[in-house]
Design a protein around this ligand. Structure first.
Ligand SMILES: [Fe+2]
Ligand SMILES: [Fe+2]
Length: 199
């Protein structure tokens, strides 16, 4: 049976994007393929980030098909390779932030026991979330279209927006207006993390 890592690599390589082999090696070195997706929310286990990225990609590709059924114009406005790239790579910023630790937790008999868990450490590169994903990809020679970069940059709007400046809110609204991939990625990410992967 195909592993998640094989699925991820096959999907990403199917885009034929320049720099794809190198970025897979960079992700490997950063720990992307073994990292959890969170410390205690969704998929907080080894390989969780990889599973989440695949879930978002499948969700986004399904939503793309639905939108195109309703209006064929979106076939070109939402290129398949852009949907794959933005969704598989939106959270690469998380590859190196989780550190394994032992945590105390009550078991079902009410007794404390030590279980494996994760802490967050942004010490390596405290650059933000979506913006860190974009910069990591570009710095490592992986070419992104403007739409892909905008979608990855703004995918966390639901969490970040109340704390953003007036200018940033304006940029986010403009990004959604000119780039349908922004809302597609936000929706696919929310459905995966909040519904599919919810506890
Ligand atoms: Fe994210
Ligand atoms: Fe995500």
């Amino acid at each position: 049976m195909e592993t998640n890592k094989e699925k991820f690599m096959a999907l990403l390589k199917s885009t034929n994007r320049e720099g794809v082999d190198n970025i897979i090696q960079v992700l490997e070195d950063m720990g992307f393929f073994t990292a959890p997706a969170s410390t205690k929310f969704h998929l907080s286990n080894e390989g969780g980030l990889l599973q989440h990225s695949l879930n978002v990609c499948e969700m986004a590709l399904g939503l793309r098909d639905l939108i195109i059924q309703k209006n064929p114009d979106f076939e070109s406005r939402l290129p398949k390779e852009s949907v794959i790239i933005a969704s598989l790579l939106h959270d690469v910023c998380k590859s190196d932030i989780y550190k394994e630790t032992m945590k105390k937790q009550k078991n079902k008999d009410g007794q404390w026991e030590e279980v494996k868990g994760y802490d967050v450490d942004h010490g390596q590169y405290p650059f933000g979330h979506g913006e860190k994903s974009v910069i990591l990809l570009l710095q490592n020679g992986f070419k992104l279209t403007n739409d892909e970069a905008l979608a990855i940059r703004w995918h966390m709007q639901a969490w970040d927006l109340p704390f953003q400046s007036y200018e940033a809110k304006g940029n986010f609204n403009k990004a959604k207006e000119i780039c349908p991939l922004v809302q597609l990625l936000i929706t696919a990410d929310g459905l995966a993390s909040q519904v599919l992967e919810g506890k």
